[in-house]
Write a protein of this length. Structure first.
Length: 472
């Protein structure tokens, strides 16, 4: 028996329930969009997702120096604030609030922004931004000043293409904070957050690891006994090859396992096995589990034992056999047998479904394109969750500029609005998710999907864990 310790320091695990405590403005959702029309404008706005009313809006030019400059990373800075972190994919890092306060990162970069992470340290917030050229910097959210320049390790000699950062995560151990960066060069680098020094580099290709030339696109972290474990997934999957999921010990760099995501791929799709997202959650029996969505030809959602790397459950229905699961969010609900973890999933086909992990069946369904004669787009890009007056909802955005609010129990649409039919929803954020879902991981940056911003609270959340024993 190996004990996985509970080290979450607040009273209940963050996913166990949605917090109904909201700021005085009520429920809010922030939306970023890319303007594809002739005006070339992009922007960010905050809406009330129940009424659809506009609370705050900021437009800016989509093109900067001939380069696309659109919001790709978006988060509220705090659960009870309207201040937003807006990270553009070119040149800038912005923070603004109802007073229209805007900060440009210094120094700016000419490379694509490729990962972002929000860190709460006491009463202050740090914004960590990384780029495809390997720059990693922590910025003060109030001034935009550079707090830490991390000593990026250039692994270009290991592989012949892009060397940049693809994802970020963070953990705390023995009173010290560590930044974890996955790279397109096939490494997981661990940095001391105080000094910026790289203290360990893990080559994910070594020792029968990940298959070249796939690279790390997501990392999530948990604690197993006294050890910190890093789970990573791959994209850029070669033709006829499955994506892979792997786990490494943060202190030793030792590989725990590397497993193939699927034994089925689409022979005509080069990136058929790409894994889109990871999410750690605690089930109603307090067991830690890992949910994955992928470019799976069967539209399957998989649930894993994160310690063993084995599949516990696969959620599949023929209805979704010809699409791909893009975004999935876990939430606690109830059915006739009691409490249960459910998933709300968005698909490339424009469909949305709620899955019951106890029955393995989907129990609510909607197709956003069902009544559209000639849909310009079908991809559901993002889903965020919130609770309002005791009812659970989700807000979904697609790449036809549509934003929809659904009740989670039956996926009844209570409000929808459009950002313009030629606009693409590039990012979505809800302040409640800073309290209920800090393990949101990114989607692969090399696809035009945008990313969720991981959130690390050094005061309250040490790392994901559970107090139950798991047999090995």
């Amino acid at each position: 028996m190996n004990s996985i310790k509970k080290i979450v320091t607040f009273s209940t695990f963050v996913l166990a329930s949605f917090l109904s405590v909201l700021c005085k403005e009520g429920p809010r959702v922030a939306v970023g969009w890319i303007g594809n029309g002739a005006e070339g404008k992009s922007g960010v706005a905050i809406y009330n997702p129940v009424t659809g009313s506009l609370l705050l809006k900021k437009d800016f030019d989509h093109m900067t120096n001939g380069q696309g400059n659109a919001p790709m990373y978006l988060s509220f800075l705090a659960p009870y604030s309207n201040s937003l972190l807006v990270n553009l994919n070119k040149n800038n890092l912005w923070v603004y609030n109802q007073d229209d306060k805007i900060i440009k990162s210094q120094p700016a970069t000419e490379s694509d922004m490729s990962a972002c992470l929000l860190v709460k340290n006491g009463d202050t917030y740090d914004i960590i931004a990384a780029t495809l050229d390997g720059s990693i910097k922590a910025y003060d959210s109030e001034t935009g000043a550079v707090l830490i320049s991390f000593d990026f390790v250039n692994h270009q000699g290991e592989i012949a293409y892009q060397i940049g950062i693809s994802c970020l995560a963070m953990y705390q151990q023995n009173g010290k904070q560590f930044l974890v960066a996955g790279s397109t060069a096939g490494f997981i680098d661990i940095y001391d957050y105080q000094t910026g020094e790289c203290v360990r580099s893990i080559n994910v290709y070594d020792n029968d690891g990940f298959y070249k030339p796939s690279w790390v696109n997501n990392v999530v972290i948990f604690q197993d006994g006294e050890a910190i474990k890093i789970i990573a997934s791959t994209i850029n999957t070669p033709q006829n090859m499955s994506g892979q999921l792997g786990c490494w010990d943060a202190a030793t760099g030792q590989k725990e396992y590397v497993v193939w995501y699927s034994d089925t791929t689409d022979p005509d799709d080069y990136n058929s096995g790409d894994i889109y997202s990871l999410q750690l959650y605690k089930d109603v029996d307090s067991k830690l589990k890992l949910m994955t969505s992928a470019r799976d030809p069967q539209g399957m959602i998989k649930i894993w034992d994160p310690v063993k790397g084995s599949v516990i459950q696969s959620l599949y229905d023929e209805r979704f056999a010809n699409t791909q699961t893009v975004c999935v969010r876990a939430f606690e609900s109830e059915d006739e047998t009691g409490k249960v973890i459910k998933f709300v999933a968005g698909y490339m086909s424009g469909e949305i479904a709620v899955w019951n992990t106890r029955t393995g069946l989907f129990e609510a369904y909607v197709n956003q394109n069902e009544n559209v004669h000639e849909p310009l787009s079908k991809l559901v890009r993002f889903i965020t969750l919130f609770d309002y007056q005791g009812t659970k909802y989700c807000t979904a955005g697609n790449d036809n500029g549509g934003v929809f609010t659904y009740r989670l129990n039956d996926l009844q649409c209570i409000k929808n609005w459009s950002l313009g039919e030629r606009n693409t929803v590039s990012c979505l954020a809800n302040p409640q998710e800073l309290l209920t879902d800090p393990t949101k991981s990114q989607f692969c940056f090399n696809l035009p999907l945008g990313c969720y911003v991981p959130y690390f609270d050094s005061d309250n959340l040490v790392i994901i864990g559970t107090n139950q024993d798991i047999e090995h």
